[in-house]
Ligand binder design. Structure first.
Ligand SMILES: [Zn+2]
Length: 114
């Protein structure tokens, strides 16, 4: 009798172990999902930190902005956003009081009064 009882307990024990394995497998799958999610968040964080760094520099860049270099008007957007030197060219299309300029790099247009 006691041997039969022991076998029954051993069988239940192995069933419980199988259930534990299934639970652990599900948890591993969830862990992989969390890892992917964390990687996405880290990438987003790095992007925001880089943008934050650039935005913090904008005021300092303003102090070093030269609106004209070698008789050429300079793009304020390229300078403030990327500290890039880029000339503007007149593209016409203005009216009696304005002239329209376009950046050679970022293509932004600026309507400037005479
Ligand atoms: Zn530009």
């Amino acid at each position: 009798m006691s041997v039969v009882g022991q076998l029954a307990m051993t069988d239940k024990s192995s069933q419980i172990t199988e259930i534990a394995k299934e639970i652990a497998l599900r948890q591993q799958s969830r862990a992989a999902d969390i890892q992917r999610e964390l990687a996405k968040i880290e990438a987003e964080k790095a992007k925001l930190q880089s943008e934050f760094h650039a935005v913090n520099f904008s005021h300092e860049r303003l102090g070093r902005f030269s609106p004209i270099r070698g008789m050429q008007l300079q793009c304020p957007r390229c300078w403030i956003n990327h500290e890039a030197i880029s000339s503007l060219r007149s593209i016409g299309g203005g009216d009696k009081t304005t002239d329209i300029f376009r950046c050679n790099t970022c293509d932004e247009t600026f309507a400037l009064t005479f």
